[in-house]
Design a binder for this molecule. Structure first.
Ligand code: ZN
Length: 311
């Protein structure tokens, strides 16, 4: 009977020990993702090892995400930060990081995971040529719209997670393997699906479809914006309408973050059809993941291209 308090004490300690180890095993890596595409990829690769919060919504313009104080709190507590990179988050991330007091997730820190690491950027301006305006100073940052680039993004994310959480390296490697296999399968399907888009001439609102067009054969003829981030001027629109008539452009692509009326006006004047897509995952209704979003964009474009010009 004298041993009873000891038994109780050791049982209590064992319970505490169990609770502690369960807590450690259940403590997911707190990841903040700047944009929904890299957020989804991080979840797909990291599974239960990560808990991911996203700053921007899929329906927002990544160049114009409003800064909120709640983002600072999230960044302050983050174990890692995943960005798409190439300057795409320039409008909101540097300002947030400046006040978040979390050195490890600064661009120079070990827990800053840059998904653009393996991307070969298109349209990198030379020092003499600033024709792409101020929004794309490191090259065109909208590479997420090409799923082959998506595989490169996934690789950079998996390697970054393994760097921050070395114990999880095998799990991240396995997550990457599975996700890459899914993307490979989808890319095969999408290339067949997109065959009717080859050679279809289109105008977009912002210059964000160059990687997508390279992959799926769409022919980009111009943009409604004068330059990335520079609104359309009447002179620019007149020239665009003339070019569209000459080239018989069938599609005006309006990214969901941009206004519809101007796209409609351009389409009406040229006999083209307006189609809405999203340049970020989850921007179109009914889409959540990166894969769903690429597919929804493709289907919207195909439907518009096959529907012919609106009258
Ligand atoms: Zn842009």
């Amino acid at each position: 009977m004298a041993s009873r308090p000891v038994e109780i004490a050791s049982a209590a300690l064992a319970a505490i020990g169990f609770a502690l180890s369960a807590g450690a095993a259940g403590a997911a890596l707190r990841v903040v993702a700047s944009l929904p595409d890299v957020a989804d990829m991080t979840r797909q690769i990291g599974g239960e090892r990560v808990s991911v919060e996203t700053i921007a919504l899929g329906s927002q313009d990544p160049h114009k995400v409003p800064v909120k104080p709640s983002f600072v709190t999230k960044l302050n507590r983050a174990d890692a930060l995943v960005v798409q990179g190439l300057g795409l988050e320039h409008a909101f991330l540097p300002a947030l990081l400046e006040v978040a007091s979390n050195p490890k997730i600064l661009p120079t820190g070990p827990a800053y995971i840059d998904a653009s690491l393996y991307i070969e950027p298109l349209e990198v301006p030379s020092s003499q040529n600033r024709s792409q305006g101020e929004l794309h100073p490191l090259g065109n940052p909208h590479f997420n719209l090409d799923p082959v680039q998506g595989k490169r993004m996934a690789r950079a994310i998996a390697e970054g997670l393994a760097r921050v959480d070395p114990a999880g390296a095998p799990a991240y490697q396995e997550g990457l393997r599975r996700y890459t296999a899914l993307l490979d399968q989808k890319i095969g399907e999408w290339e067949k699906l997109a065959a009717p888009l080859r050679g279809v001439k289109a105008v977009s609102y912002h210059r964000d479809l160059v990687y997508f067009a390279n992959r799926f054969g769409l022919e980009l003829v111009g943009e409604i914006e004068t330059k990335p981030g520079v609104p359309a001027t009447p002179g620019h629109l007149e020239k665009l309408v003339d070019t569209m008539k000459q080239e018989q452009v069938k599609l005006v692509i309006r990214e969901i973050a941009y206004e519809l009326p101007l796209a409609e006006t351009v389409a009406e004047r040229t006999g083209a059809r307006v189609v809405t897509i999203s340049t970020l995952a989850g921007g179109l209704p009914g889409t959540h993941s990166y894969v769903e979003s690429i597919e929804a964009n493709l289907r919207a474009l195909l439907q518009a291209a096959q529907g012919g010009a609106s009258s």
